[in-house]
Design a protein around this ligand. Sequence first.
Ligand code: IPE
Ligand code: IPE
Ligand code: MG
Length: 272
Amino acid sequence: MSSPSEFDQAPRESLENSTALPCELSDVVKQSLPKHVAIIMDGNGRWAQLQGKARVSGHKAGVKAVRRAVSTASQLGIESLTLFAFSSENWRRPDKEVSLLMELFMTVLQRELKLLNKNGVRLNIIGDISRFSERLQKQITTAQAKTKDNTGLVLNVAANYGGRWDIAQAAQALAAKVASGEMSAEDVTEGALNKQMSMQGQSEVDLMIRTGGDYRISNFILWQAAYAELIFTETLWPDFDEDVFKQALITFASRQRRFGLTGCQIEQIRAL
Ligand code: IPE
Ligand code: IPE
Ligand code: MG
């Protein structure tokens, strides 16, 4: 292999190198919180492996981290939290792991419902759930119905989700409308497509975090994360706690989001 490129050697802002672990977020950070946070919860298997345990114990520990993340997001008043739980590619895993994940998903849906309601969390499953068992589909529908009037955090759980699937299903919906004469081909705009995408009506994803040390998107929200700030952390998902979450929020608050403008333009807008 060749020597590391200058890109590999470039200093990176890193959650791991940060010295000050937060207890309380400062007012400045609180004023710059993202409205919508999405997380690729990766590293369960490696976490289990490090402990000499089966991968499934990593997934079980991952559920506890989900509970912590939901609680932190709720307490901070974040509007939407989107968690990548099972990708459209995860079916390729060994059958045993897939069925264990399905079992876990069902148990968690049942067990956590009370807590979600207590905390005013609205559950919204995104993804192609038609591939799940009838029983799981029913549980998903029931859980969503039972939390639908909650007005706190919106918790989107991506299950059998793929970013490409999402764009394709949105395009299909518009194509059907064009075919039926309900709309014309010229009406197929970014805005029209956007209305068909999962999570439409919620705030744009401001921050996307990936745990587990890999630097990729793995077919997660390709459309919705178009302008999200990206934060990658080495922390394995089962170790993701309030401090790591808050550290990510501090990093987010320190970023200048320019949306195509120049830094100078942004400063001028801020000064208004
Ligand atoms: C993420 O953890 C959970 C799912 C994809 C369901 P992994 O199971 O991918 O854990 P690693 O990446 O193998 O450590
Ligand atoms: C992404 O993790 C999917 C979820 C977190 C559910 P993976 O572990 O499946 O991603 P790859 O395969 O390493 O890209
Ligand atoms: Mg993984």
